[in-house]
Design a protein around this ligand. Structure first.
Ligand SMILES: C[S@@+](CC[C@H](N)C(=O)[O-])C[C@H]1O[C@@H](n2cnc3c(N)ncnc32)[C@H](O)[C@@H]1O
Length: 451
C-alpha cells in the first residue's frame, strides 16, 4: 500500500497536542527574546493536518487568527472540512509550498518528518523556511533515536507478520497478536521485560495509531543532531524543545551532570546524552530563521507577559498536590508563586514585570521542571454560571460523540460518560439541573467552560 492509500483506508487519529499550540511552543521564542505575534491574531499553518484534530480546536480558540491546514490525503482533508469550518483545509503535497503561500507566523508539522519518504523529509525545512514570517516560529516533531532502536525491531517483526495480510484493521489485529505472543514467550530477562512493556503500552492505543506508527510505509527515527544539522543546512536555527522541561533530567545526580556537560562539545551533544539516559523516542523542536536575533540570556528576565498555570494546588496542610505528586511548601518564594497561580486555577495568571526576582527565579524553575506551564495566551478560569457554556471547540467534539475533549489550554482530556452527558447540554442558555454540580465541577476544573 502507498502512503496515500494507507491514510485513505484508515485516517489518522484526530488528536490535539498541547505543545503544538503556538501559544505553548511560542514560549521558547519569547524566552529567547523574540517579539512574537500573539497566536490569537496570527497566521498559522499546519502541515500534515490529517483530519484536523489538532487544527480545529486552535481555529475555534483563536477566531481572529487565520488557520490553514494542508495534507496530502484528500480523504482526510474532506473529513477535516466537514468537521471544521473555522480553518481552511486543502489537499496538497507539502513540497509544493512556496513563499507566495506565506508568510505564516507559526508553522506546525506534528508527526510528519519521520513519517514521509526521504525526498519529502529533505524538502520539509526548506518549505518551512519559504513560508515562515521573518519573526515566525516553526514546530516540528519526529521519532528519535536511541529510543526507537528497540521499537524498530518490533516494527520489523510486525511488518514481516502482516506483509501478506490485507486490510488495515486485519493487519493491526495480526500485529497486536504477534507482539502479544512474543512478549509472553520471550526468553526471560531484560529483553522479555522490554517486549512486555511495549505490548502493554500499545494495548490501549487506537488501531489507527498502531497502523500508522508501526505498520506505515515510512517511519524513520533520527537523532536530535541529524535534525538540528538538517534545519541549519536549510537556514533555520534550533531554539530548543517545545516541552521545555525535557531539556533537563531531575533524577540526574550533580556529578554525572557536570561530567556530561564537560564531555559535551555543544548543547546538542548534551541533549543527546539526555536522550540516551531517558531512552527518548519522540521530540518536538522549535525553529526560527537562522538570522533571527536571539538573546543569549534565556532566563527569568524574559518571563513578563507570559501566562502561567499550575496543577499543583495547596492541600491547606503545607503541601501542594496535582493528584499524582505532592511537594512540601518549604521554600517561601515557591509557596508564594504557587499560591498566586493556585488562585487563578484552572486558568492562568499573567506574569507581570513588577514581580520580584525571587518569584521570577521560582517561576522559571517551575517552567523548566514542568510544574508550571507557560503560554503566550491566557487560559480563562470560568466557574459554573447561571447558564454555563462549554467552549465551542469542545462542544463540536462532544456533539460528534468524542469522549476525549480538548480544553481551552489545548489539552485533550478523556471524560466519563456522565460528565459528557452534561457537557453536551451546556449551550449557555440552560440553567443547570440538580445533579449536574459534580460534572460542572469537573468541566470547570479542567478549563472547559467559556464565559
Ligand atoms: C503520522 S500522520 C500525522 C497526522 C497529524 N499531524 C497528527 O499528528 O495527528 C502524517 C500525516 O502527514 C501527511 N502527509 C504525508 N506526506 C505528506 C506530504 N507530502 N504533504 C503533506 N502531507 C503529507 C499524511 O497524509 C498524514 O496525515
Amino acid at each position: 500500500m502507498s502512503l496515500l492509500e494507507t491514510y485513505a483506508a484508515l485516517p489518522y487519529v484526530a488528536h490535539a497536542y498541547p505543545q503544538s499550540d503556538p501559544a505553548r511552543f511560542g514560549v521558547v521564542g519569547h524566552l529567547a527574546g523574540m517579539s512574537l505575534k500573539p497566536p490569537s491574531k496570527a497566521r498559522i499553518l499546519e502541515i500534515g493536518c490529517a483530519v484536523g484534530g489538532n487544527l480545529a480546536p486552535l481555529a475555534a480558540r483563536y477566531p481572529n487568527a487565520e488557520c490553514v491546514g494542508i495534507d496530502l490525503s484528500p480523504e482526510q482533508v474532506d473529513i477535516a472540512r466537514v468537521r471544521d469550518s473555522a480553518a481552511t483545509y486543502s489537499a496538497r503535497d507539502l513540497c509544493t509550498l512556496a513563499s507566495t503561500d506565506g508568510p505564516f507566523d507559526y508553522v506546525i508539522a506534528h508527526g510528519v518528518y519521520s513519517w514521509v519518504p526521504s525526498t519529502v523529509r529533505e524538502a520539509l525545512f526548506q518549505r518551512i523556511r519559504e513560508v515562515l514570517a521573518p519573526n515566525g516560529l516553526a514546530y516540528v516533531s519526529y521519532n528519535v533515536l536511541p529510543g526507537w532502536y528497540g521499537r524498530l525491531a518490533i516494527r520489523d517483526v510486525m511488518l514481516a507478520r502482516t506483509a501478506s495480510v490485507s486490510g488495515p484493521l486485519e493487519k493491526v489485529r495480526a500485529a497486536r497478536q504477534i507482539l502479544g505472543l512474543l512478549a509472553t514467550n520471550a526468553t526471560e530477562g531484560p529483553h522479555r521485560d522490554a517486549l512486555r512493556e511495549e505490548a502493554a503500552r500499545i494495548r490501549d492505543e487506537p488501531d489507527a495509531w498502531l497502523f500508522h506508527d508501526y505498520l506505515e510505509v515510512f517511519n524513520t527515527p533520527v537523532t536530535y543532531r541529524q535534525v538540528v544539522e538538517h534545519a541549519r543546512a536549510d537556514g533555520l536555527a534550533t531554539l530548543g524543545d517545545a516541552a521545555l522541561h525535557t531539556s533537563q533530567l531531575r533524577s540526574l545526580d550533580e556529578t554525572a551532570d557536570t561530567l556530561l556537560k564537560q564531555w559535551s562539545d555543544d548543547a546538542v551533544t548534551y541533549e543527546t546524552y539526555l536522550d540516551t539516559l531517558r531512552n527518548r523516542t519522540f521530540r518536538q523542536t522549535v525553529f526560527a530563521h537562522a538570522n533571527t536575533p536571539l538573546s543569549s540570556d534565556v532566563g527569568p528576565s524574559h518571563l513578563h507577559g507570559l501566562h502561567l498555570r499550575t496543577q499543583l494546588l495547596s492541600d491547606g496542610q503545607g503541601r501542594f498536590t496535582d493528584g499524582t505528586r505532592s511537594i512540601a511548601a518549604q521554600d517561601p518564594s515557591m509557596t508564594t508563586l504557587l499560591d498566586q497561580l493556585g488562585s487563578a486555577h484552572p486558568g492562568s495568571a499573567e506574569f507581570t514585570a513588577d514581580q520580584p526576582d525571587d518569584i521570577a527565579a521560582r517561576a522559571f524553575f517551575g517552567i523548566s521542571t514542568g510544574a508550571v506551564t507557560a503560554s503566550l495566551e491566557p487560559v480563562p478560569a470560568v466557574r459554573p454560571s447561571r447558564t454555563p457554556r462549554l467552549w465551542q471547540g469542545a462542544m463540536d467534539m462532544a456533539k460528534r460523540g468524542e469522549t476525549a475533549l480538548t480544553n481551552l489550554a489545548h489539552e485533550t482530556i478523556e471524560l466519563p460518560e456522565d460528565v459528557l452527558q452534561v457537557a453536551r447540554r451546556l449551550d449557555g442558555r440552560k440553567k443547570p439541573r440538580s445533579g449536574w454540580s459534580k460534572a460542572l465541577g469537573v468541566l470547570a476544573a479542567h478549563a472547559f467552560l467559556d464565559a
